[in-house]
Write a protein that binds this ligand. Structure first.
Ligand SMILES: [Zn+2]
Length: 631
């Protein structure tokens, strides 16, 4: 009698099937490096650790790494672990990290070295025999400059050489060998967060996403004071960018616990990934999820019911047997944040943003788009020229398209608008941009201490901008910065061409100085750039807006204190609802300034909603469709 249920269970649960489905709107995965995979082979080591993680965050899937740093997990261990997780309803997939020694400045494989090539092929074949899905972590690039690579490079640039080298390696050392062993294997390449520099190290966004079955996105931005200069908004925009490169094929976002100076920062990265509608989120990694919660993780702004409520996160968890267990590790922060977003993520439509074209393998104005996201400009980075959009934004990277000036001209002739940054203007000088308007990026700079028509600014504010020169009456200055001696320099210039408009947007020499612009100046800029959006924010910097095609939107503040801001909506939206609290808000119609000088087009005739956003918090809204008036 005692045996009967066990036998039933064996027949009822085939080992190849996993249950998953802990969340309604996404899948949550954990990645385990080969170092931990090898230790997991000892189930006495694994069991308490897995129990501690999985009671704090519900896990649908685990990636078991077979190789990193020339270390390979043996077949017996991997087989044992597959059974362990599948028995617990957790899906399993494989992972490969192509490093020689991660600790030695991320030493990658050398793809002109026959031994390294042979090793990668063997690891891929071995792993494809074990799993039906394999993800390549971050390192399928090369930074090798050995003599053999220098010889093989010849007269090509490092960028061209490495793009070609890794394209060949993807086909010959990964895809062909894997499919030969397991024709049904799903191969996924995971890209890290530094997309602006990829081409120089051989990550080929043009060819690889087509070669692989899926791609995956590093959405971790960690601490923006770090040397990567990654702004928080990048966690959202990079996912959308990669989704636009392989529509429907961007499998998920991936974050680690690094650089999270407060627990809020860790949670922020998770929910920004999900605001981008990532279908899966991977928590890197099994070892990091055991990191203990420390008192210093509780940010100074806690205790105000912010989106990440540290004290609620620390509430004891009720177990299946009725006992309560206090949260112990960062896994609970993940669980808490993910459960919260799952409550409303299903209400969000498809993310939309200001179309901005970044050609493949381009660079320039490093990661500028993510800074623009931090001043309330929703960004939608695309790899192809979006000629259907009524207004597009082009940064310096667009200069990599040899036909860019002709494309800009065509937009204007079609009655559309194009905003170019001062960096792109500089790059296009002598390439025909002057045929549209004789606006020049000079070598001179100006130190801005204020803004025309605005109240005095803090005396320590000094913003360095390039001086842009235009011909009076051929072009118009819509927004101006002022020097110590009240000289004005253009921050936004408008020039007509046929029925269209070219705008030149002066970007400060230090991009993050945009965050110091007063709310009213940022609003002038937003009114021009986001003239077609049903919602805009009127707020200081460090406040982001996420817009969806079904009338929902999210406002998130990265400020350490509460922000009193205004939402500006299309006048047809007389009511909005806070999706989390259910509270309904009624707008105030405002005619304001519209169409004329200074405030830009689209500034007037809007429905305004004053709202407060708590520190490091977000609010989710939906527009309310009012029933038709009965006569
Ligand atoms: Zn080499």
């Amino acid at each position: 009698m005692k045996r009967f249920p066990i036998i039933l269970l064996l027949f009822a649960v085939p080992v190849s099937i996993c249950a998953a489905g802990n969340y309604r709107n996404f899948t949550v995965s954990v990645y385990a490096r080969v170092y931990e995979v090898r230790r997991m082979g000892d189930l006495n080591w694994l069991e308490p650790r897995w129990e501690e993680i999985s009671r704090q965050v519900k896990v649908d899937k685990i990636y078991l790494e077979t190789h990193r740093d020339m270390i390979v997990a043996d077949r017996e261990t991997v087989g044992k672990l597959k059974r362990f997780f599948q028995d617990r309803g957790v899906c399993v997939a494989g992972g490969i990290t192509v490093t020689v020694n991660e600790m030695n400045r991320f030493q990658t494989f050398c793809y002109t070295n026959p031994e390294h090539r042979k090793k990668l092929k063997e690891v891929v074949e071995y792993t494809a025999g074990l799993f039906d899905e394999i993800i390549l972590d971050d390192f399928f690039f090369t930074n090798c400059k050995c003599e053999s690579c220098i010889r093989a490079k010849g007269s090509r640039s490092w960028t061209r050489f490495r793009l070609d080298l890794l394209d060949e390696a993807a086909r010959e050392l990964v895809i062909k060998p894997a499919k030969a062993v397991n024709p049904g294997v799903k191969l996924v390449i995971k890209y890290p967060n530094w997309y602006e520099h990829f081409q120089g190290l051989g990550f080929n966004l043009e060819t690889e996403p087509k070669l692989f079955d899926g791609i995956y996105t590093g959405t971790e931005t960690r601490d923006r004071t770090g040397d990567q200069h990654l702004q928080e908004y990048l966690g959202y925009s990079i996912f959308r960018y990669f989704e636009n490169i392989k529509p429907g094929g961007n499998g998920g976002g991936w974050i680690d616990t690094g650089g999270a100076r407060t627990m809020d920062r860790y949670a922020e990265q998770l929910w920004l990934t999900l605001f981008a509608k990532a279908p899966e989120i991977t928590l890197f990694d099994f070892a990091q999820l055991q990191r203990q919660i420390r008192p210093a993780d509780r940010a100074p702004w806690q205790g105000q019911q912010t989106s990440f409520d540290f004290d609620r996160m620390m509430e004891p968890l009720i177990q299946a047997d009725g006992t309560a267990v206090k949260p112990t590790t960062i896994a609970r922060a993940a669980g808490y944040a993910l459960e919260q977003v799952d409550g409303f993520a299903g209400k969000l439509g498809k993310p939309v943003g200001l179309k901005s074209y970044k050609p493949y393998h381009s660079t320039g104005e490093d990661f500028l788009h993510s800074y623009l996201g931090m001043i309330g400009i929703p960004i939608d980075l695309v790899p192809e020229f979006p000629d259907e959009a009524p207004l597009i934004l082009l940064a310096e990277s667009a200069a990599y398209d040899g036909a860019i000036v002709a494309k800009i001209k065509k937009q204007l002739l079609d009655g559309k608008s194009v905003v170019i940054t001062s960096g792109l203007l500089r790059a296009l000088q002598g390439r025909g941009i002057e045929d549209i308007a004789e606006i020049r990026a000079t070598d001179r700079k100006a130190v801005i201490k204020g803004f025309r028509g605005q109240n005095p600014l803090p005396p320590d504010l000094h913003i360095l901008i390039p001086q842009i020169q235009y011909l009076t009456n051929d072009a118009w200055e819509l927004v101006s910065g002022m020097t110590q001696n009240d000289l004005g320099y253009p921050l936004l210039i408008q020039a007509g061409y046929a029925k269209g408009f070219l705008y030149v947007w002066t970007i400060p020499e230090n991009f993050s100085d945009l965050y110091s612009f007063p709310a009213r100046v940022l609003t002038q800029i937003r009114n021009v750039l986001l003239r077609d959006f049903f919602v805009r924010v009127e707020s200081p910097g460090d406040v982001s807006l996420f817009v969806y095609d079904n009338g929902t939107f999210i406002v998130e503040s990265f400020l350490p204190e509460a922000a009193d801001i205004q939402l500006s909506l299309d006048p047809k939206h007389g009511k909005i609802r806070d999706v989390i609290t259910g509270e309904e808000l009624t707008g105030q119609a405002e005619k304001g300034f519209g169409g004329g000088f200074g405030f830009g087009m689209g500034g007037g005739n809007r429905m305004k909603y004053p709202v407060q956003i708590k520190p490091h918090s977000y609010r989710v809204f939906e527009t309310v469709t009012l029933p038709p008036k009965t006569v």
